[in-house]
Design a protein around this ligand. Structure first.
Ligand SMILES: [Zn+2]
Length: 856
């Protein structure tokens, strides 16, 4: 589920167990990050697989997508059969285990020429992802025609709009996404049932449907979670929060499938909210959608699905099934479509004009999974499967009945973007109940420029952003020559994102700063701020006019370089790629010196430098010309013991740090500190719960060791272990978003002007040994997001944080070098531009620990 509107259901989410197969050494790591209150806010469970480092590095990338335009249907694929797994969590519920899906799909492909299966990628743990297409057989020529129409709708929408016969020739695409949360199982079973019914039906109405539509089923979007009985994938990520980041292979596979199929309607099948929750949502509404088109179709389909679900005849008394609910109609707030991190809030940017989360009603996951009798669980799972299947049936009926209109509205979405029309204000009453509280709009700039040359903070970060935009099917161009825009000159090679493009909504939702929506709603469902322009490390500038000679870009230009000048080389560590390159050099044993936030590489390591420059796109400079004589401390590989959340462990591994997960239990079992340079603490380590032996071993490490902490758990550890003199002040734990910061010092210096907070903290009462590395902007930190004072009148709002210390460092009297973060620099692997700040903290704390006490 996303989040329940009822406390009773929400409470169940607080206890997501670590799957046995994935648990780290700690048998009971904390289920959610340490935000205390709120159900599934930043819900990345702790626990990573062994070999997380290797896995993150070689992230099991998707196979090339098989959705070829040059093949007809059916496209039979004999799916490899996964080994039978008696521990698959689906089995207890009487549902199809992951290993049972491939045999069923293989058999269906043999029985019916309406069913095609393609493997569109692999999960984090290496399981195949199945995309099933159900449609009437198509010759290769017919399939090519469909592909041409799809491309015309996207790329020449004005002409498509004029083509009166287009809708009659085009099969409307419907996308059913199932089981994105692994322990919300039944969407998969409903999908399999629906596929089988459509494949084998002799009803002429079904033949008629399949002549005019293609139904795509992502049968299980999260097979790792399905097997393990958990919400997250094998890396511990909530895939239904990953769409703006695409850190996980499953999210990248879904993204590509949505781009390639361009559905007019999409369902994302979840559980469990009783009665069945069917979107559209409450305010705030995302401001970058063509919301007039979206709400009209989404509400209409929502009503159809509601009628179908209620029409099943399940009752509260007899079955424990409440009537369905539609948040847009039935709730004031708390279930919004503001951040584009969820499947149905991402797909509309690719032309989906009716998109829905559907939450089936009866709880079968924790704690019911372990507490209820098997018969009761199976009864509930059967009801849930019926409900999900009814929603799917209603949705394809809706598409069948509204074929021309849905295709026309998809064309209109792209047409407005390509024409560069201003955002529309949705008329009140466009659907019953659409009031002033539902109106959200944005202003599109003419274009965004990602400058080349001296105006670019990081060419490496710029290249990553360009590649990310392209992977999202956003058009990016490169200037052939210098041009003027917004009163300044941009050099040739600068990237341009012209917002006169079909997917301008997606471009803008990623690149705009966002908005402070604190005044408009009292509660948000998940994050309220994000911005690739402000958080991914590259300089991005909106401009209001554009006259440039440009060429299309298929991939960012290479950015790696090593100067010809002989002598030592310097590498700034301002970006995640630079961290990764440096860690590669350290792993090879290159003798690196850490000098004021730069890594100095000796001349004899030039060939190794060339290799990592090429591999990671990082630029070395001559060390001597910048600083003259190089002074600094020798830097060795920084080995991190981390009591951290899954997203942080993933990110630290991705940066190339050797990471060992630890926890209270691991330390109490007798942890060997000899291979640890820095302890990272943000989750799952409680100093007070350490046994005497563990405390003594920790104290021995702290006498001259490094410590980096994040969040309340980290700050509490600092206090309990008697490290830095600082008082932690907790802001409203619901506050989150993009904040302006002022940075300096050994680890803050070089940071972007913005950071990200979730449950923000700051530090007061600083001892003389403490340096402020980063502070919240004195004139009001929040740029985009939601951050109010606490509702109980105890403060904690954004104004209270003005000018306060967000990140501090210092060395305690024992020689421990410590950095405390009150921000969230590795949140869900999203804010790429902030990762290097954590890395600098690790390098500094490792290289300063135990040395003579100086101001960092
Ligand atoms: Zn869910």
């Amino acid at each position: 589920m996303r989040r329940s509107l009822t406390v009773a259901v929400a409470a169940a989410l607080l206890a997501v167990p670590a799957p046995a197969a994935l648990a780290g050494p700690d048998p009971s790591p904390p289920a959610v990050r340490d935000f205390g209150n709120g159900p599934e806010r930043n819900d990345v469970a702790a626990g990573v697989p062994e070999q997380a480092a290797a896995r993150a590095a070689a992230a099991s990338e998707a196979q090339p997508y098989g959705h070829s335009r040059d093949r007809g249907y059916p496209r039979w694929t004999r799916l490899p059969l996964p080994p039978e797994n008696p521990a698959d969590a689906s089995i207890k519920l009487g549902l199809v285990p992951y290993h049972g899906i491939a045999p069923r799909l293989n058999a269906l492909q043999q029985r019916s020429d309406r069913v095609s299966v393609e493997i569109i990628g692999r999960s984090y743990q290496g399981r195949d992802l199945y995309l099933v297409t159900v449609t009437e057989p198509e010759s290769a020529a017919r399939a090519r025609e469909q592909a041409r129409i799809r491309e015309r709708i996207e790329n020449d929408p004005a002409a498509a709009a004029r083509d009166r016969g287009l809708a009659a020739r085009y099969k409307a695409p419907i996308f059913i996404n199932a089981n994105i949360h692994g322990n919300e199982w039944e969407g998969t079973d409903a999908a399999l049932r629906t596929i089988e019914q459509l494949a084998t039906s002799t009803d002429p109405a079904v033949a008629g449907l399949l002549a005019r539509t293609r139904l795509y089923f992502n049968v299980t979007a999260n097979p790792d979670g399905r097997v393990n009985g958990v919400r997250q994938n094998g890396a511990g990520f909530d895939l239904n929060r990953d769409f703006v980041t695409a850190s996980q292979p499953e999210a990248r596979a879904m993204r590509q499938a949505i781009i390639d199929t361009q559905p007019v309607t999409l369902l994302d099948l979840h559980g469990y909210v009783n009665g069945t929750l069917i979107e559209p949502t409450t305010p705030p509404h995302g401001a970058n959608y063509e919301y007039d088109l979206f709400i009209t179709n989404t509400y209409a389909n929502g009503l159809r699905m509601e009628a179908a679900v209620n029409g099943l005849g399940y009752t509260p008394d007899k079955d424990g099934v409440e009537p369905a609910q539609i948040p847009f109609r039935d709730s004031d707030e708390g279930w919004d479509d503001w951040p584009p991190i969820f499947t149905p809030q991402y797909a509309p940017f690719h032309g989906t004009v009716a998109a829905h989360t559907v939450e089936i009603p009866l709880e079968v996951n924790e704690p019911a999974y372990s507490e209820e009798p098997v018969e009761e669980l199976r009864r509930r799972a059967a009801v849930n499967t019926d409900v999900a299947a009814a929603a799917v049936r209603a949705a394809y009926g809706f598409v069948r009945d509204r074929h021309e209109r849905l295709i026309a509205d998809q064309i209109e979405v792209f047409r407005r973007g390509a024409a560069g029309e201003p955002a529309r204000t949705v008329p009140l009453g466009i659907v019953p109940g659409f009031g002033p509280e539902d109106v959200y709009t944005t202003t599109f700039p003419r274009a965004y420029v990602i400058p080349a040359g001296a105006g670019q903070r990081s060419a490496t970060a710029a290249a990553r952003l360009v590649d990310h935009l392209i992977a999202n099917d956003v058009r990016v161009e490169r200037a052939r020559s210098a041009f003027r825009a917004g009163g300044r000159t941009y050099p040739a090679g600068s990237y341009v994102v012209d917002l006169r493009q079909p997917k301008r909504g997606l471009a803008n939702v990623m690149l705009e700063a966002g908005a402070d929506i604190s005044p408009r709603v009292s509660a948000m469902y998940d994050i309220s701020g994000w911005s690739h322009a402000l958080l991914w490390g590259a300089t991005v500038e909106p401009v209001e006019s554009l006259r440039a000679h440009t060429e299309p870009v298929r991939a960012a230009a290479p950015t790696g370089s090593v100067p010809r000048t002989p002598g030592p080389l310097a590498l700034r560590v301002d970006d995640a790629k630079e961290v990764r390159a440096l860690n590669d050099l350290l792993a090879q044993g290159v003798a690196v010196t850490w000098a004021g936030g730069r890594a100095i590489v000796p001349a004899q390591a030039r060939s190794a430098a060339r290799t990592v420059a090429d591999r990671y796109g990082v630029a070395f400079t001559p060390a001597g010309t910048v600083t003259g004589t190089v002074t600094g401390s020798p830097l060795a590989q920084v080995r991190v013991a981390a009591a951290a959340s899954a997203d942080e462990l993933f990110t630290l591994c991705e940066l190339g740090f050797p990471v060992t997960p630890v926890s209270t239990a691991v330390l109490n079992a007798g942890f060997d500190w000899s291979a640890t340079d820095v302890l990272y603490v943000s989750s799952g380590l409680n100093h007070a719960a350490l046994n005497p032996a563990a405390r003594a071993a920790l104290d021995a490490f702290l006498a001259g060791g490094g410590v980096v902490t994040r969040g309340r758990t980290g700050a509490a550890f600092n206090t309990a272990a008697g490290l830095l003199t600082a008082t932690t002040v907790a802001g409203n734990p619901d506050g989150n978003g993009v904040v302006r910061v002022v940075s300096g010092g050994a680890t803050g210096g070089g940071s972007p002007a913005h950071s990200f907070v979730y449950s923000p903290l700051w530090f007061t009462g600083l001892g003389p040994e403490v340096t402020v590395e980063q502070a919240y902007a004195a004139d009001g930190p929040l740029v985009a997001g939601h951050w109010r004072p606490r509702a109980d009148g105890s403060g904690g709002g954004q104004d209270a944080a003005r000018g306060q210390a967000a990140v501090v460092s210092g060395r305690d009297e024992r020689g421990a070098a410590v950095v405390l973060f009150g921000t969230e620099p590795m949140f869900r692997n999203h804010p790429k531009g902030l990762f290097a700040q954590v890395a600098r903290a690790l390098y500094w704390s490792s290289s300063s620990a135990g040395a003579a006490v100086t101001t960092p």
